[in-house]
Write a protein that binds this ligand. Structure first.
Ligand code: ATP
Ligand code: MG
Ligand code: FE
Length: 338
């Protein structure tokens, strides 16, 4: 079974070819145009997707052919998958329209994929993968969820953020420190040289398995305002310690709830996913908790953490096996239940 998958929910245009559940290519074109604006500009994202999509799909097929040791053309494709939701509507439309056109032209079925389910199933790409049921902490730019995966297509959200996402907590804190967008990777980099216990920020007291990050944002803002008033060079002089302390707090908030989820469910197969799972501190924390609490832990390879089409392809593979196809009349949506 050959699946061509397209991801275009935000600001990366990506295409992947998957053969019998094995990823043969994962091409990602990131859009640098947004950097100067300090965030993703939806209209510019749509235009960049339009420019990128043909070369990205072409490269995905060529790379897959090279990996497969034989030419893979559009005629070998058994199904075309795309990200249907959630995301920026203008961005989603480009990928959806391209996938639908290809489906019509090749007369091959269409598979609609939920972006957040795909982030979770990125954990099924590697050969060493979790067995069901497993827990997944999905931490990305727009979402923070604890998912209980009963089977590839039965995913249950058992906890989520009531305000900001973990990725937003990284990016907004970074912005207050004067770092460029997206700040998450930079906080990660500077945190390695800082003392995580140098500063203390407020942690939320939210019942159950839900998260909150808006209080942390306020806590960082007030601390910085107070210190900068006395010493204008405060941020500059303490940048590494500030990054380490902010990162430590975010990770502690996340891991506390993940541990609670393992206790409530009794499940010890534990994964992370989403852009923030690229964070080295979180990756280390998961491994440490795994050793301490006897969990088996799984983390997708870096390229499958942030937005990518390989995770769309692997999800589509399971949908293909289940015969879960979409009509050509389907439209993408900015938000979606699952
Ligand atoms: P969603 O998946 O919720 O729709 P998204 O697709 O924009 O949102 P991803 O691409 O999965 O999100 O992740 C992007 C987020 O990951 C950004 O907030 C970015 O700062 C964060 N991120 C990426 N790498 C790191 C890192 N090393 N440390 C911390 N955060 C990181
Ligand atoms: Mg992105
Ligand atoms: Fe994402």
């Amino acid at each position: 079974t050959v699946i061509l998958a397209i991801e275009s929910s935000c600001d990366e245009t990506s295409a992947s070819v998957c053969v019998d559940g094995k990823i043969l290519s994962n091409i990602i074109a990131s859009q640098a145009v947004h950097e100067q604006y300090g965030g993703v500009v939806p209209e510019l994202a749509s235009r960049a997707h339009i420019q990128n999509i043909v070369p990205v799909v072409d490269a995905a097929l060529k790379t897959a052919s090279a990996t497969h040791h034989s030419s893979l053309t559009t005629h070998e494709i058994d199904a075309i998958a795309f990200t249907q939701a959630p995301g920026l509507i203008g961005s989603l439309l480009v990928g959806a329209q391209f996938a639908k056109s290809l489906s019509l032209a090749l007369n091959k079925p269409l598979i609609a994929v939920h972006h957040m389910q795909a982030h979770v199933l990125a954990n099924l790409i590697a050969e060493l993968r979790p067995s069901f049921p497993f827990l997944c902490l999905t931490v990305s730019g727009g979402h923070t969820q604890i998912v209980l995966a009963h089977s590839p297509l039965q995913l249950e959200i058992i906890g989520e953020t009531i305000d900001d996402a973990a990725g937003e907590a990284f990016d907004k804190s970074a912005k207050m420190l004067g770092l460029p967008y997206p700040g998450g990777p930079l906080i990660d980099k500077y945190a390695k040289q800082g003392n995580a216990k140098a500063f203390k920020f407020a942690e939320p007291q939210i019942p159950g398995l839900n998260f909150s990050f808006s209080g942390l944002k306020t806590s960082v803002l007030y601390s910085l305002q107070k210190e900068v008033k006395n010493n204008p060079a405060f941020i500059e002089e303490n940048l590494y310690d500030l990054c380490a302390s902010i990162q430590y707090t975010i990770i502690h908030i996340l891991m506390k709830k993940l541990k609670k989820a393992t206790e409530q469910t009794g499940i010890k197969q534990v994964c992370i996913a989403g852009g923030v799972s690229a964070n080295s501190g979180l990756r280390n924390a998961l491994k440490e908790y795994g050793v301490k609490y006897n969990w088996q832990t799984f983390i997708p390879a870096f390229e499958y953490c942030t937005d990518n089409a390989a995770m769309i392809a692997i999800t589509a593979y399971y949908k293909y096996l289940a015969g879960d196809f979409a009509e050509l009349s389907i439209s993408p949506t900015a938000r979606a239940e699952w």
